[in-house]
Design a protein around this ligand. Structure first.
Ligand code: GLA
Length: 751
């Protein structure tokens, strides 16, 4: 168990072009095992770090035969002239550019002579109990998963490029009770000369075959993380972001799954990058029908100057293995993120039921309007009012005032402390919206500090939503913005922040960084965002932070390190949300998904759905309202206390239980269904959403999942008592009447 190392000697004996080869090669073996998975590597006598195996747990055998010792000249040491075929065919743990491996590499440099090749060889290794934090000198915070000494073990293999004077520390952590391995890489310049890093990916896995489907989460604004699945084929299939954030368009998640893998069966290798900026993930089917998978910071437009004794830490890749299909892969991600990534006081707590005024009022609100919403909301059991965009500077539309984080007094007559205390008097908490990374051209901040916007001096600066992005590589900018935020936070009892980010980066240049470091801005910007979020969450640990980016453009694990919840999408339509929440659930837990009941016709798609369905769909998330509660139909208003009671009752199950996807709108667009089952299988919540009604035999037979076959469950709504075995094998009959209708069933184990 844990991490083992040892040596083995392999005999090489075969004819090669008629020349008999007899030799021995000493290998250093590394193995990471827990009860269910094994990851194995070997170092050759020449110091190449090769990949042997990743997958279901193996026996205590010597796995070096997987390196195909007998099938081709194994090592350049023995057959020097075959170096090229060795380099281009072997499974490498961290492939380098320019030395004969023509597949995608993880590491590439530019030295002072203009040379880009690099050659990393094993130098040393060390093993530690637990999981050391990911650090880089001069950087305050790099998000990563964490684990105690009895929860994980970490192997660090130090590779060296003696010619360039660099070392790369490859970290591998294996979790004891989860099928998870995390990987990261840290480069240190020990040489005399400056080196430019032109790519530093975080992980590579070379698979023996190419019989996989690649699953990715793609989309656009208001339809984030829509699942796509396609078989691998020769060549390179990738997803990435070069927008400065993880993006609406692609999520830093990929799964390689066996062709027949479904929710319960088949192999699934999930990869998720703990990073909020430009990423790159690619599966490449090679000439030998192997697959090379790589993931890391997008090398596109990346360059990092590493001076003597400086270091660069590439963020973490989380790798999850399941041989029980996609369902177990997702539940492993959920457990990992709930217990080893998300932090803070709200991590394990039920979040307050909030009402957000964005779709209720947009920019047209004032103190009286907010108080009238809060009054009505508090009577219905809503616990927090969130004041969204438009409370600062002179902001009446999205064309001004970002960066002016002081109260728009004409709108909020009586000031913010007064509004907050009025809301508090109603027994409600108060939350507020910020977009701290942005500046409007029409703002005091921009007037005083135009040089603080990301820009290329002399070029036109692109506006998007009439705003610019602040240069967060500059600590002075961050300090200034944070100073303004602190004034707001210190003056009133604010218990929640929605941190938004509403545009992507263009003309990526900094008036602060020297010319030699301009291309570092993409990454330094992200590190700057982390720095400020880290300060905010440290100084105000009681504040519930919700991330947001034009909806769900920054729904990634790095953001979860700071905020236990993220706004999933600006599309609040219950039916649209089914696919969005399904895709998101592939690797992110329901406890992290911001989900609200909004008014109809839905503002994004114009669809009208029953209020009850909107509630049932929002229950798979943090739950709240985004509507003008004073204006909605009386029947909807009257339904709110019941919905809130349902939330209070079932949220602990949704937040901490195991999620089972049952319906799959991607395959059958007529319905969706899912379950949350308590870890001890004592209770479960089943939800069914009928997208399109059907006549004649309107009910569907649905097999439940995740129950204990030996237990008997009582279905509360019908009083029926059925064994878990029957519920899972024969299923239940579920039907609702009408399009877009829903039903929930609560199951309690009685025997
Ligand atoms: C983004 C968010 C919305 C809302 C607006 C305000 O689009 O996703 O929820 O906060 O900004 O401008």
């Amino acid at each position: 168990m844990g991490i083992t190392t040892g040596t083995t000697t392999v005999s090489i004996s075969h004819g090669w072009y008629g020349k008999p080869v007899e030799a021995e090669e000493k290998l250093r073996i590394f193995r990471l095992d827990n009860d269910e998975i094994t990851y194995a590597m070997a170092v050759t006598e020449e110091g190449y770090l090769l990949h042997a195996y990743y997958g279901a747990r193996c026996g205590e055998d010597d796995l070096s035969y997987l390196l195909r010792v007998q099938e081709s000249p194994f090592t350049p040491r023995i057959l020097k002239r075959e170096q090229a075929s060795f380099m281009d065919g072997r499974a490498f743990e961290y492939p380098c550019h320019g030395i004969g491996d023509y597949r995608e590499s993880c590491f590439m440099i530019m030295d002072e002579d203009g040379m880009s090749a690099c050659d990393l060889r094993y130098r040393s290794h060390h093993i530690a109990a637990g999981k050391p934090a990911l650090r880089q000198k001069g950087v305050s915070c790099i998000p990563a998963t964490f684990a105690g000494e009895d929860e994980a073990d970490t192997l660090v293999i130090v590779m060296e490029d003696a010619h360039a004077g660099l070392t790369v520390e490859l970290s591998y952590t294996i979790f004891k009770n989860l099928n998870v391995i995390t990987r990261s890489a840290k480069v240190v310049n020990h040489g005399e000369a400056d080196v430019r890093l032109s790519r530093v990916l975080s992980a590579c896995v070379d698979f023996e075959d190419c019989d996989y489907d690649m699953i990715t989460l793609n989309g656009s604004w208001a339809r984030e993380r829509i699942m796509e699945r396609a078989p691998l084929h020769h060549g390179k299939q990738s997803v990435d972001s070069a927008r400065g954030e993880s993006s609406h368009q692609s999520n830093p998640f990929v799964a390689l799954v066996s062709h027949k893998a479904d929710e319960e069966t088949g192999e699934a290798y999930g990869f998720n990058f703990v990073y909020s900026g430009n990423f790159f993930a690619q599966a490449e089917v090679t000439q030998h029908k192997h697959t090379r998978f790589v993931m890391g910071i997008n090398p596109y437009d990346f360059s990092w100057l590493l001076r003597t004794e400086e270091e660069f830490a590439a963020p973490e890749v989380v790798m999850v293995y399941s041989n029980e299909g996609l369902g177990k892969m997702s539940r492993t991600f959920h457990d990992l993120y709930r217990n080893h990534l998300i932090r803070g006081q709200w991590k394990d707590k039920k979040r307050p039921v909030l009402i957000n005024n964005w779709e209720a009022t947009y920019f047209q609100f004032d103190t009286d309007k907010l108080i009238s919403i809060a009054k009505q909301a508090s009577e219905l059991g809503i616990e927090m009012l969130v004041m969204d965009d438009g409370w600062f500077g002179h902001r009446d539309s999205d064309n001004s005032s970002l960066g002016d984080w002081f109260v728009y007094e004409e709108k909020l007559k009586g000031g913010l402390p007064n509004l907050v205390s009025e809301v508090n008097k109603l027994g409600m908490k108060f939350g507020i919206w910020f977009e701290p990374e942005m500046v409007s051209p029409d703002s005091k901040l921009y007037e005083e500090h135009p040089e603080w916007a990301i820009q290329i001096i002399g070029r036109d600066l692109t506006q998007s939503r009439e705003q610019y992005v602040l240069d967060y590589s500059n600590a002075e900018v961050r300090d200034y913005v944070y100073g303004m935020m602190r004034k707001i936070l210190d003056a009133s009892n604010i218990e929640y922040i929605k941190w938004d980010m509403n545009r992507q980066l263009t003309e990526v240049g900094s008036t602060f960084l020297p010319g030699k470091r301009q291309r570092e801005l993409w990454h330094r910007y992200v590190l700057g965002v982390y720095d400020l979020m880290n300060r905010l969450t440290t100084d105000y640990p009681y504040i519930l932070l919700e991330n947001c980016s034009g909806g769900g453009a920054r729904f990634d694990p790095a953001m979860l390190y700071f905020s236990p919840q993220i706004w999933t999408s600006d599309d609040t339509d219950a039916i649209e949300r089914l696919k969005i929440q399904y895709g998101t659930s592939l690797c992110y837990p329901a406890s992290a998904m911001g989900a609200h009941v909004s008014d109809c016709p839905n503002h994004t798609v114009g669809r009208t759905t029953p209020f009850a369905t909107r509630g049932d769909v929002a229950l798979v998330g943090t739950f709240g309202y985004e509507l003008d509660v004073t204006k909605i139909p009386q029947a909807d208003r009257e339904a709110i206390p019941g919905q809130i009671a349902k939330f209070h009752r079932f949220n602990p199950l949704v937040r901490t239980g195991d999620q089972y996807r049952i319906g799959n709108l991607y395959a059958d667009s007529s319905f969706d269904a899912w379950m949350f089952v308590a870890k001890d299988k004592s209770e479960a919540l089943f939800t069914f959403v009928q997208v399109l009604a059907r006549p004649n035999y309107p009910s569907r037979s649905i097999k439940l999942k995740g129950l204990d076959p030996k237990k008997t469950y009582e279905i509360e709504e019908t009083g029926q008592r059925v064994s878990g075995r029957t519920l899972m094998n024969a299923g239940i009959l579920v039907g609702t009447y009408g399009d877009f209708t829903s039903k929930t069933l609560y199951l309690k184990a009685v025997e």
